[in-house]
Ligand binder design. Structure first.
Ligand SMILES: [Zn+2]
Length: 390
């Protein structure tokens, strides 16, 4: 029985669980059964409460072979919560890097492979067919047979759906990934403790543990923060998620050469003589040479560099903006004859434009990356062109 969590971020960038959903099958297939009830429950609790964005990381959400089904699920989320839907690739990143760490012992090869894996996911622009990018990856790293076996069995069948999903949805930046990862580690530590092994098949035990022991960790932390009592009992992991820690690294401690974005450096906050190296900066597929990153986790150095890249607008161009521009241009060059098709195309394009606008609004509050300036102006130009033509 898959477990889904609805998380919110507090002022310390901690991901706080506010609802759990346990279903009898993959949640992506059954999302319409519970998402409406959840939205209704939230409104009953506090009608002023508004969800800013819905991050979706359920593979089956994007894995549906039938495009219409994917859209109907998107519409389900949008309609229920009246908010935009973003794609979260955190668990893809985590699965890939942890498998690389297990199966490939050469650290330089790990970094190169990880970078290439990122290219596959974002291959929609440079390589029209995602499977061509996969094929190229497999040829370049053919000697890494253990990882290739894993990749072929676990990911190859789904990679086109992922790329397709990335073409349709804005992708959340790496900062919330750090908070989600912190939540995930705490949840696994609590649930997968060997002393509970006999209870794992029991759903009543899962519900009991989540709603009593696990939930109370969050109440206790909030109480400690608000009152200052029992501070010696505080679980340090609440104040050590990489997103929160990254906010405390001064910009001056980051060495970022905008002419050469292969690597960046971050000076250690505890040893000023030490500098960590970050490969592929500004991407979700960055790696750092610190201990925490070497364990397959997102570290504060990677997040800090991603934030700097965003602020200086040197990160990779937003994929959704590229797709939006391509869609508009193809519509302008080949306007559909059928008015129904035209109406549908205008609706889809307007929705994508709203997503991108909302994405920028979120970015201003520090959650996501900003659009590069040239794309901003192109997008504005295209919007005007579109309005004039129709
Ligand atoms: Zn690091």
């Amino acid at each position: 029985y898959p477990l889904s969590t609805l998380l919110v971020f507090d002022s310390s960038r901690n991901a706080i669980p506010v609802a759990w959903v346990i279903t009898s099958s993959l949640t992506g297939q059954d999302i319409h059964k519970w998402v409406g009830s959840l939205a209704e429950r939230l409104r009953t609790k506090d009608s002023r409460w508004r969800i800013n964005a819905f991050l979706v990381d359920d593979p089956s959400f994007g894995f549906s072979a039938i495009r219409r089904n994917v859209k109907s699920k998107l519409l389900t989320c949008r309609d229920a919560f009246q908010c935009r839907v973003l794609l979260c690739v955190w668990h893809v990143r985590r699965s890939w890097i942890r498998s690389l760490l297990k199966t490939c012992c050469n650290i330089d090869v790990q970094r190169e492979m990880f970078k290439h894996l990122g290219w596959i996911l974002y291959s929609s622009r440079s390589v029209p067919n995602a499977m061509d990018a996969v094929q190229e990856f497999m040829e370049v790293f053919v000697d890494q047979s253990a990882f290739m076996d894993y990749f072929k069995s676990q990911w190859s069948p789904h990679i086109e759906s992922w790329v397709s999903c990335i073409r349709s949805l804005p992708v959340a930046g790496p900062e919330p990934h750090a908070a989600i990862e912190s939540y995930h580690r705490r949840l696994k530590y609590k649930l997968f403790n060997d002393q509970y092994a006999n209870f794992w098949p029991r759903i009543d035990w899962l519900i009991h543990t989540l709603t009593t022991e696990f939930h109370s960790l969050y109440w206790l932390d909030q109480y400690i923060v608000e009152t200052g009592y029992f501070s010696n009992l505080r679980d340090e992991s609440f104040s050590t998620n990489a997103w929160y820690q990254a906010l405390h690294i001064p910009d001056i401690d980051v060495i970022l050469d905008e002419q050469n974005l292969q690597v960046a450096k971050v000076i250690s906050q505890t040893d000023r003589n030490l500098a960590y190296t970050i490969w592929n900066p500004g991407s979700e597929f960055s790696l750092c040479d610190c201990h925490w990153s070497n364990l397959g986790n997102l570290c504060k150095h990677v997040i800090k560099v991603a934030m700097m890249c965003k602020n200086r607008q040197v990160a990779r161009p937003l994929l959704a903006a590229q797709i939006y521009r391509q869609t508009l241009l193809s519509l302008l060059h080949n306007p559909p004859d059928d008015p129904v098709v035209l109406d549908h195309a205008i609706l889809c394009t307007t929705r994508l434009q709203q997503d991108i606008k909302g994405w920028e609004d979120l970015s201003n509050s520090g959650l996501l990356q900003q659009l590069p300036p040239e794309l901003n102006s192109q997008m504005a130009d295209n919007t005007l062109l579109f309005a004039r033509s129709h």
